[in-house]
Design a protein around this ligand. Sequence first.
Ligand code: PLP
Length: 426
Amino acid sequence: EVPMTTLTSLDSEALNRLHDTVRAEYEAFKARGLKLDMTRGKPSPEQLDLSNPMLTLPGNGDFFAEGNVDARNYGGLQGLPETRALFSQMVQAPADQIVVGDNSSLALMHGTIAAALLKGVPGSKAPWSDGAPTFLCPVPGYDRHFAICEEFGIRMIPVPMTGQGPDMDAVERLVADPAVKGIWCVPKYSNPSGETYSEETSRRLAAMETAAPDFRIMWDNAYSVHHLTQDHHTVPDILALCAEAGNPDRAFIFASTSKVTLAGAGLAFFASSPENVRWYLERASFRTIGPDKLNQLRHVRFLKDDAGLERHMAAQAAIIAPKFEALLETLEAKLGGTGAAEWLRPAGGYFVTVDTVEGTAKRIVTLAKEAGIALTPAGATSPYGRDPHDRTLRLAPTFPSLSDVRAASEGIALCILLAAIEKQTG
Ligand code: PLP
């Protein structure tokens, strides 16, 4: 059994004994021949089942939206008014400043950045690609955000997260460079740390002086309604804060129902200032004659209103909260007090971030793989996949079954402990 004492306080004899014990436990775990996957933040089949009733909606006789709009036909680039109204609270923007895209918010982020590079955004003197466009990347962050930057050759500068969002002293210093065009933000239940930006962080982002007149906050509110506890976090209205500070066009908001309804067949949202929405719709008009309005109607018929959305998200939480609990309990039982790892208990979102002993994350992922547990590659939460401390693990407990999460958590804790002991024994 694991001692509730820090590893560093053990003498070398005690440490060697512990090494033998933990190694034996690890080998026993490995011998179970399990095949477990804690890599991606996907909803489980059980969560997707919650939205099965939506699959028969709107039905073959219900295709007229408000204002006698035939949802089967072309048009309606901005999205149905009733869909924009339904998601106005979740997206935190007035309905007339929301655009309903297709099924992926990541695609909308990719598209807005591509357009910014080629044509610029409101406030640009030239397309972003004329310079050496650079983004600030709060770390740990979402690997797919960083991948978009890498894909387009946008330079990335890591900025540490603080528990209240990004280190704003660093951000304010870095935006004095006119090449810095944007910052990635997951303001609520952040991917992957789970932290929520404070009021002060949000205010400073909205008000800071940026050398680039066309600087953008990529406000990816992917987990806006994805609570795990009764403590529902809130973030300020970023569009209002930016407008108040005299920077009305600074924030691009993104969100989706990928983890509300269906991860392959949900709705994605872009929201911003009236000027940015005009800009966005003009770009979109060259790309499509209109979105899938039947899916928009389907979501309205299914979720109905804010109360319906809230009930649905409570049902989601009831499925996944026990998985987070199982993971956190196991980490606490196996690693608490050892000094081998630190983690936050997230109040929402899809991830648990574990900071291990410096220089052991890669080793842990390898040990886990050999024991049949797939983990996200070490480094994935940093730009270019490089974690200079080789310390951060991102764990995603939503997709596997509860019993698989329990088993995987046990195995992961053993790997973390074993790697920490190996590091210390040299
Ligand atoms: N943004 C964040 C922060 C995410 O964690 C994810 C998915 O994990 C996405 C965006 C992807 O969203 P979508 O399915 O709408 O493309």
